[in-house]
Design a protein around this ligand. Structure first.
Ligand SMILES: CN(C)c1nc(=O)c2c([nH]1)N([C@@H]1O[C@H](COP(=O)(O)OP(=O)(O)O)[C@@H](O)[C@H]1O)CN2C
Length: 183
């Protein structure tokens, strides 16, 4: 039998299409709730580093849309990992896979319930990986998740990553909102 996951996860793909709203450009690819079905999907799709700039992958718990406005996201925020241009070739795919495995493996202990999903943005100015959590008020959970991310992604101690509330990011399109937390 297949190895069941604690949650069912849905993979989304974002690509700008003419005459479509941002929301309509988010395409649901597939959902899965076993380890084997995760790998079947992951091995079936293009790696993030091969996507055209402007595209995203998102992986969220089933029932949560990869957008600020979703009921599960609107009071939350994201840990944001900024990559430089060189890191697309060397780190992007490894970072993204590691984030996916941390989420489906519920690696954040009792704080895993706070995790909503993750987004990888492929951008010419530098790729980004965001890990989205449900409630900006849950400082302990957010910090624990940040420390696990930094540790498991082998982000050097001197490199700081920031957590921004979606409601701050929403009004700051074009630049990064202020950090609520840093690790
Ligand atoms: C429901 N709705 C419209 C809506 N709901 C959303 O949840 C949502 C958006 N719109 N987003 C739009 O994409 C632009 C680029 O953000 P980016 O994160 O791709 O990053 P870049 O600026 O392309 O690096 C954002 O400025 C925003 O316009 C982004 N976003 C998450």
């Amino acid at each position: 039998i297949k190895h069941p996951l604690q949650n069912t996860w849905t993979l989304w793909f974002f690509k700008i299409e003419n005459n479509r709203t941002w929301e309509d450009c988010q395409m649901e690819i597939a959902s899965f709730n076993t380890v084997e079905d995760f790998w079947a999907l992951y091995n079936h799709i293009e790696p993030a580093s091969h996507l055209k700039v402007g595209c995203d992958y998102s992986m969220f718990k089933q029932g949560i849309k990869p957008m600020w406005e979703d009921e599960h996201n609107c009071r939350g925020g994201r840990w944001l990992i900024n990559l430089n241009k060189q890191q697309r070739a060397t780190e992007l795919d490894n970072f993204w896979l590691e984030v996916l495995l941390l989420m489906i493996g519920e690696a954040f202990a009792e704080h895993s319930d706070e995790v909503c999903g993750a987004v990888v943005n492929v951008r010419s100015k530098g790729d980004k990986i965001g890990v989205w959590t449900a409630d900006v008020k849950k400082a302990e959970s957010i910090l624990k998740i940040g420390h696990v991310l930094k540790e498991r992604l082998n982000i050097p101690r001197h490199v700081t990553i920031g957590f921004q509330a979606h409601k701050d990011t929403m009004v700051k399109s074009g630049s990064t909102a202020k950090n609520r937390f840093t690790v």
